[in-house]
Design a binder for this molecule. Structure first.
Ligand SMILES: C[S@@+](CC[C@H](N)C(=O)[O-])C[C@H]1O[C@@H](n2cnc3c(N)ncnc32)[C@H](O)[C@@H]1O
Length: 378
């Protein structure tokens, strides 16, 4: 694909959004990226493929390596056995920005086909993935199984209205200190037990709490249970209690978008003709609906985030409206939310931010990962 085949209206739109057309030409030559399981040795894989693996030094801790753009990893032993997986480094930035602690409960509100699950090895809390597309969530399920994730559940649901709080029960574990009294429910019974109020005692997770401080009492509700599309054994028995104390520690909203930052997506348009792309991309009604969806996903993700938690909003679009625009709107609506710097961001190879761009929103280019905003609810 060459950028000469781009419809003139789209080329103009790129210019209006401060995007250089060169970004698309350069995307052809950017390396591909993999993440490597910690327990496995990268040299074995490098030898098998007879290639050089270069650590992505600006994103430490997530074990990203770059390799030749044309290198096929599927079919290799490392890939088949789940030792390595292909994942764009820009998605790694979103995971990095979440700063996931081992005990965190993470909500991934647009999860399919599934990049966050690659972080499972550093999670001793849980990951809850939500996606509206059954077909895409089926792919997620396969990934989950392949990488033997153990603390994961998936819901095929609308992320703008999703309302299942973080698990209060993980296997036989209730909370690290064992101070949470969860009402006794039959874990095999997926039906609702009625809408009754229950008092659940949950220790505060604030770092300054003394270990033996008395637990705080918070009101919790047993609500009708939503059947997960898939849940691993460890989380299937969660009674789905609704309580402010069971909001998520971290939320990722990798929102549905126009995918104009994705070369793979544009290549498909190039192959089948640009009519459909133009029809969608420049339809004001569709763009309004998309903006409403993005705002809805972000707002609901924030509603499910615990005070002091971290939410990351990202897209694979270069559009100002879908990125900075959505975040600016959100910050106006939620005066208690703050845009926080992403750790280590000064070392990232960033695209220039747009004029008037709120600080702490990052753009990646030419990798086409779009923007990451980092929001902390205080
Ligand atoms: C950019 S993709 C997410 C990619 C994913 N985070 C990953 O890393 O593999 C956006 C996803 O949002 C999903 N989606 C669209 N509308 C949604 C909604 N209302 N609720 C939940 N998911 C939605 C789409 O099905 C799509 O899978």
């Amino acid at each position: 694909m060459t950028t000469q085949s781009f419809p003139p209206k789209f080329t103009q739109w790129l210019a209006d959004n401060g995007v250089s057309i060169k970004d698309y030409e350069e995307q052809e030559s950017i390396p591909r990226f993999i993440r490597v399981n910690p327990s496995h040795i990268t040299e074995t894989f490098a030898k098998e493929l007879n290639t050089e693996l270069t650590p992505v030094s600006w994103l430490p801790g997530l074990r990203f390596y770059s390799l030749d753009a044309k290198m096929k990893i599927s079919g290799s032993k490392g890939y088949e056995s789940g030792e390595i997986y292909g994942m764009d480094v820009s998605s790694g930035v979103a995971v990095h920005a979440l700063s996931i602690d081992p005990e965190d409960h993470v909500l991934d509100l647009c999860c399919a086909p599934g990049d966050l699950q690659g972080n499972e090895d550093s999670v001793t809390g849980t990951v809850t993935g939500v996606d509206i597309s059954k077909a895409r969530i089926a792919t997620c399920k396969n990934v989950l199984r392949k990488y033997k994730m153990r603390r994961f559940r998936l819901f095929d649901a609308d992320g703008t209205t999703f309302n299942v709080h973080a698990p209060s029960r993980v296997g036989r574990w209730t909370r690290p200190t064992g101070q949470i009294a969860v009402p006794e429910l039959d874990s095999d019974d997926d039906t609702a037990k009625g809408d009754q109020d229950t008092i659940v005692t949950i220790p505060s997770k604030r770092k300054d709490d003394t270990p033996n401080a008395p637990p705080t009492k918070k009101k919790a509700k047993v609500v009708p249970k939503v059947k997960p599309y898939l849940a691993t054994k460890l989380v299937i028995g969660d009674p789905q209690i609704e309580s402010p104390a069971l909001l998520y520690d971290k939320v990722l909203v990798d929102a549905e978008c126009t995918h104009d930052g994705s070369i793979a997506h544009l290549k498909k348009c190039d192959a089948v003709g640009w009519e459909k792309f133009e029809e969608n991309f420049f339809d004001p009604v569709k763009m309004d609906a998309l903006e409403t969806l993005q705002r809805g996903l972000l707002s609901n993700g924030y509603r499910l985030l615990k005070p002091g938690g971290v939410l990351v909003y990202s897209t694979c679009s270069f559009s100002r409206r879908q990125n900075e625009g959505v975040v600016e709107w959100f910050l106006k609506e939620n005066s208690n939310a703050t845009l926080e710097p992403i750790p280590n961001a000064e070392k990232f190879p960033l695209a220039p931010s747009l004029d008037g761009n709120p600080t702490n929103m990052l753009r990646f280019s030419p990798s086409g990962s779009g923007t990451s905003g980092y929001l902390s609810r205080e």
